[in-house]
Design a protein around this ligand. Sequence first.
Ligand code: NAP
Ligand code: GLV
Length: 319
Amino acid sequence: MGKVFVTRQTPGRAIEMLHAAGHEVDVWHEPTPPPPVVLAAKLAASDAALTMVVDAITPEMLDGAPNLRVLANMAVGYDNLNPAEAIRRGIAVTNTPGVLAETTADMAWALLMAGARNVVASERDTRAGGWTTWSPTAFLGQDVFGATLGIIGLGEIGEAMARRARGFDMRILYTSRTRKPEAESRLGLEFVSLDDLLRQSDFVSLHTPLSPETRYLIAARELSLMKPTALLVNTARGGVVDQDALIAALRAGSIGGAALDVTDPEPLPLDNPLYSFPNVVITPHIASASLATRSKMAEMAAANIIAVLAGRPAINPVA
Ligand code: NAP
Ligand code: GLV
């Protein structure tokens, strides 16, 4: 049986499942991730690792881990795992598609609503004693109902966003690597170019993976195309947006605001200018964070490890 390193405590039955399959399980119990040197040493002593989005796996770590057979990320994104390098070394890389789309879209929707209606700014002001009267002009936001949503990356989460937008009677634009005629007719979507989406949308929501093709997909030029009232919602990855360009656009007032569950880096240092804008909402990468969904994600990662260590194919290989 194998040695499995689990880089954080996980909800659900994942650890029980690994034990029940006869594996020796080493769980990192600290509240912060194992530092790189510790992660390298743990991988060197393991046959499998159940990893989190914050665990950055380097080629050097992989070279130092001759017995490693599978990296099972407790996430649908896997940009942290250096997947090409791992797969080249014969190490399976797995993720958790299918179980988190609705939960993540709920959070993207919450961010969209929060940004549109000044939920966070007004709540902070209320706690600070700013609620001295009812005001006809304070915290005027934007209507979500009937507005135009632009979805960038029409995968599982992008589609879940589109379903929510239908309930708000929105015009729904999308752009993606491939056109999806079936989803267009089922969900009433319009396929447009990235530039047209940015020009026309009141809300732009990002749902691509982070890859060499999508790094800085939204940079200064793209931000300059957005409406001055438009809100950028990012629950994808911080690296999909050029954050310096975003800060410049917010300073210039050339976009209406941003609602970010992901940043670059994470955690976002407290002296980052993004914190200074009242029209920016920032949450700590929690879009999939419901107990039920995080439990399913951990269990799915464990199931992938059990399969690979038993000599079966990975259940959710990324390539
Ligand atoms: P998915 O089902 O694989 O969908 C991703 C979509 O992005 C696909 O439709 C893909 O197009 C499209 N895409 C890929 N490269 C593109 C490009 N260069 N330009 C335009 N579109 C591109 O993934 P998902 O489950 O929706 O998740 C999306 C991402 O959300 C994950 O990779 C992860 O980084 C992030 N995420 C974050 C959280 C969080 O906690 N904040 C939670 C879950 C996921 P094709 O269909 O043509 O391949
Ligand atoms: C979370 O960020 C995920 O990719 O699942």
